[in-house]
Design a protein. Structure first.
Length: 376
């Protein structure tokens, strides 16, 4: 039995070695996608195009506007003269944010009363708008605090300043809020899912499509031996692919790895069992490679969306949250981000490991039984 399995494994590796296009697809596209995701996928917003309308023309209003101009988050692209210019800049998408300082702004500040300033945001892209508003609130709050402290010193120089509450943020695991540290481990899980599922489903379907599957099955090879001979090479390729992508993420994007590599290896092994089961299950319902491609697209996209890679699971409807629990990528993202950034061990990640093991066993058992039935 094991001799026949070894021969099948050797055959798969020889076929992969002879197929230059397959080797290219295994190495170059994942690295390109990793680089694109690493640089393009980010929650941070820089150089937000901003228009300003200063109707007060005072030192205080210029100071407020200069704080936006000096920030890397905003870029002043237009200095408007009338409210109509602001509307035109927003309508043309020349500006995403507009700052309007009304006349009398400085006078109200000097009196110690509230001096409102208007912030107009293009809400077409709600995500960018909300992030930009957060940066606006930070800048305006810091400016208001400086003005209040300066006014207090001038009006009551001999008195102690009133007590205030000061928040001191202490971010853990990602001190600089670097979004690449969040996205790159997620890209590893995504690319592993895409590549291994495609490899498994296409390889088996190709055998059936060209007629070699029937030729193999008339040999003494049993269905279980054929399945193992197919899955073992793809497991090795998936594991090597994960190591390469993780290495590039650590060396190129400087994503730290502070956990135990054996914990990550265990989680990756269980995750590969899951995706191999998905790929084999797809191969049992498809006859042609075109059908396999369409089915892969149907499976991979929901798995990506429900995994929490970029959309928080707790914001989804309750039904979708429950559905995400049967998604292997959901649990693997917790494992890979926990080992990379938090240094979490089995004492913390055992629920995810147990879920991956259960899902992997169920998917492989279901796919093997269905595959044997399709062969019979």
């Amino acid at each position: 039995m094991w001799g026949r399995i070894v021969n099948l494994v050797r055959k798969e590796f020889q076929q992969l070695r002879r197929d230059r296009n397959a080797r290219f697809r295994l190495i170059i596209p994942p690295l390109i996608q990793l680089i694109i995701f690493g640089y393009a996928a980010t929650f941070e917003v820089y150089h937000v195009s901003t228009a300003v309308l200063d109707l007060d023309h005072s030192q205080e209003s210029r100071e407020l506007i200069s704080r936006f101009a000096d920030s890397a988050r905003f870029q002043i692209v237009e200095t408007a003269k009338t409210p109509a210019d602001i509307r035109a800049a927003i309508d043309r998408s020349d500006a995403v944010v507009a700052i309007v300082v009304q006349a009398g702004f400085a006078e109200q500040l000097r009196k110690g009363v509230s001096a409102p300033a208007q912030i107009i945001v293009d809400g077409t892209n709600s995500n960018t708008a909300l992030i930009a508003l957060g940066y606006v609130n930070q800048i305006v709050s810091a400016y208001a605090e400086d003005v209040a402290n300066d006014l207090s010193r001038r009006l009551r120089p001999a008195q102690a300043p009133p007590p205030t509450v000061t928040l001191e943020p202490r971010p853990w695991y990602n001190v600089d809020y670097n979004s690449r540290w969040f996205f790159v481990p997620g890209v590893i899980a995504t690319l592993t899912l895409v590549m291994v599922v495609n490899l498994t489903s296409f390889a088996v379907v190709r055998e059936r499509e060209v007629g070699t599957l029937e030729q193999i099955m008339v040999t003494p090879i049993r269905p279980l031996e054929f399945i193992l001979g197919k899955l073992i090479p793809f497991f090795c390729v998936g594991l090597a692919l994960t190591v390469v992508i993780a290495g590039v993420g650590m060396l190129w994007f400087q994503v730290p790895f502070v956990g135990n590599p054996f914990v990550l290896l265990l989680g990756t092994t269980l995750y590969l069992f899951c995706v191999l089961g998905i790929g084999l299950l797809i191969s049992t319902v498809c006859v042609t490679q075109q059908q396999a491609f369409a089915t892969n697209f149907f499976v991979i996209n929901p798995a990506f969306i429900l995994s929490g890679f970029s959309f928080p699971i707790f914001t989804m409807p309750v039904f979708m949250q429950w559905l995400s629990h049967i998604n292997p990528m959901t649990h693997y993202l917790v494992v890979i981000r926990g080992t990379f950034l938090k240094g979490a061990g089995l004492s913390v990640l055992w629920p995810q490991m147990l879920a991956l093991a259960a899902l992997g066993f169920a998917l492989l058992a279901m796919s093997v039984l269905r595959f044997r039935k399709s062969l019979d």
